[in-house]
Design a protein around this ligand. Structure first.
Ligand code: C2E
Ligand code: MG
Ligand code: MG
Ligand code: MG
Length: 286
């Protein structure tokens, strides 16, 4: 008891907490400036067909090179954007930029991450509709990726939001499946167009027998519900072979390409377009 009280007091008066808060505030301020002055950029990571390894789409991933500090991971600044009210303008930037850029790649699908803070906003569907109209992108080429955190707390509202979004013609995917509390039971009830198996599960596919079996069962179950499955974080041929064997139709990971600037995706496409017809036929939507 005494020990506990001591610990509590230490936490209360810990001066390093002030330092933490100060650092966080500075980061938040810099992020606000970055959003306002258009200093965020997008990287695009290839998504490939599991059978042919043809490029079928890209996932847009936000990047921030913080002045005087270097690159900051989205895993660090997205949660800060969420709690500081910046997520809406950040999300709007990402969606608009991804849709604009995607117009140069008519044969590709484009996935955009949506965080719970955006998804929770009742106006979210309206702004997706607005961006689709403004950028004149074909809605069916856009996939919005959401994680499960929020949906478990608000299943009813989540279902409605997903329905409204699908009504716009966009697709909705469940991201990072298997990393948290996701239940396979949710898959059917929410009407996801796709699930993405989290990298933490894919990593051990050829090392851990039980993990392999669980993965196999998960993909099989999704497929029995007619939901296509993407495996993320593929780094080795062995992982690619296994995930394809289990029934994933789409693969993503460093093996096929790291997140890259838009020009590099354009170059990849130009190479494929210039290639002989037999290769060209392997191009995703063509
Ligand atoms: P995510 O949506 O699951 O994106 C996949 C992450 O895994 C990306 O990290 C990607 O670079 C990384 N990755 C892909 N393949 C491999 C691989 O083979 N090996 C390894 N080690 N990593 C791989 P990133 O770009 O750092 O993004 C992290 C997370 O931040 C994303 O996870 C997503 O949840 C969030 N995020 C990124 N961009 C956005 C955005 O524009 N909006 C929102 N709301 N969240 C975003
Ligand atoms: Mg994602
Ligand atoms: Mg993911
Ligand atoms: Mg992730």
């Amino acid at each position: 008891k005494a020990k506990e009280a001591g610990r509590a007091r230490m936490t209360l008066y810990d001066p390093s907490m002030d330092a933490d808060r100060e650092q966080r505030n500075a980061l938040e301020l810099d992020l606000r400036i970055a959003i306002e002055s258009g200093d965020l950029t997008l990287a695009y990571q290839p998504l490939v067909d599991a059978a042919t390894q043809a490029l079928t789409g890209v996932e847009a991933l936000v990047r921030w090179n913080r002045p005087g500090h270097g690159p900051v991971s989205p895993e660090v600044f997205i949660p800060i954007a969420e709690t500081s009210g910046l997520i809406e303008s950040l999300g709007l930037f990402v969606l608009r930029k991804a849709c604009e850029t995607a117009k140069q790649w008519p044969e590709l699908n484009v996935s955009v991450n949506v965080s719970p803070g955006q998804f929770r906003n009742p106006a979210f569907t309206d702004y997706v509709r607005y961006v689709l109209k403004q950028t004149e992108i074909e809605a069916s080429r856009i996939t919005l990726e959401i994680t499960e955190g929020y949906m478990i707390q608000n299943p009813q509202r989540t279902r409605q939001s997903i329905e409204r979004l699908k009504g716009l013609g966009v697709k909705v995917a469940l991201d990072d499946f298997g990393s948290g509390f996701s239940s396979i039971g949710y898959l059917r009830q929410f009407g996801f167009d796709r699930i993405k198996i989290d990298r933490s599960l894919v990593m051990g596919v050829n090392e851990d027998k039980r993990q392999r079996e669980m993965l196999q069962a998960t993909v099989a179950l999704a497929r029995s519900l007619d939901i296509p499955v993407t495996a993320e974080g593929i780094e080795t041929e062995g992982q690619a072979v296994a995930m394809r064997l289990f029934g994933c139709d789409c693969l993503q990971g460093y093996l096929f390409g790291k997140p890259m600037v838009a020009e590099q995706i354009t170059d990849m496409l130009n190479e494929l377009r210039a290639a002989e017809p037999s290769t060209r036929r392997r191009l995703g939507a063509a």
